[in-house]
Design a binder for this molecule. Sequence first.
Ligand SMILES: Cc1cc2nc3c(=O)[nH]c(=O)nc-3n(C[C@H](O)[C@H](O)[C@H](O)COP(=O)(O)O)c2cc1C
Length: 191
Amino acid sequence: MTVTAARDARREARKAMRKVAAPVAVLTVSHEGRVHGTTVSTLVGVSPTELIIGVSLRSGSLLGGLAVAAGRFTVNLLSGGQGGLARWFADRDRPQGPAQFAGVPWTSAGGDGAPLIDGALAHLECRLVRSIPVADHELLLGEVVDAVAGTGDPLFSFAGDLCAGALRTVPGSGDGTRNSNHRNPMEGTTR
Ligand SMILES: Cc1cc2nc3c(=O)[nH]c(=O)nc-3n(C[C@H](O)[C@H](O)[C@H](O)COP(=O)(O)O)c2cc1C
C-alpha cells in the first residue's frame, strides 16, 4: 500500500468511527479534597452480570489520574437537555477544582462525595477494578457499586455532533431484541 493509500484508509477509518452513536456522560471524582469532572463518550457495558463498565480516557487526563488515586469514579449519564454540560466539562478553559461545578446543581455521592449531577439520566458509582494502557489512552474498568436510573431521553455523540431527542423503538423489538423467534431479517428495516 502506498503512503497516500494508507493515509486515505486511516481517514476513512476515522470517518467510519464517527458513525458510532455513543452515549455522553460526565465522569466525576473526588479525592482528598480535589474534585474534577470530564466529558466522555466512550462508555461501554463490559459485563452486565458482573456489573463491570469500561471507559477510555486520554493518557495523562486529570480525571484518569484522580480516579486511579481514589480507586473510584462516578458516571453521570447525561440526558438530552444537558448538551451544555457536555461542552462545559470538555472545555480546557473551564476553572479547575470545585469552581467548575459552580452553577451546576449536584449532590454528593455516598461513597466518596463525587458530584452526582442533577437531571442526569443515570448515576453509576464505580470501584476502579483495573486501569489498562491502550495506545495513547487508558481504559478504566469499574465495578458499579451503587446506581440510580432515571427517566428521559439520552444525549448522544454522533458524527461529531451532540444529538438529543426521543428515540424510536423499532417495531417488533422491545424485550425480544435477543430472542431468535423472528423469521424476517428485514422486519423493522426502513429506508
Ligand atoms: C462529546 C465529547 C466526548 C468526549 N469523550 C472523551 C472520551 O471518551 N475520552 C477522553 O479522554 N476525552 C473525551 N473528550 C474530551 C475531554 O472531555 C476533554 O479533553 C477534557 O477536558 C480532558 O479531560 P481532563 O480534564 O480530565 O484532563 C470528549 C469531549 C466531548 C465534547
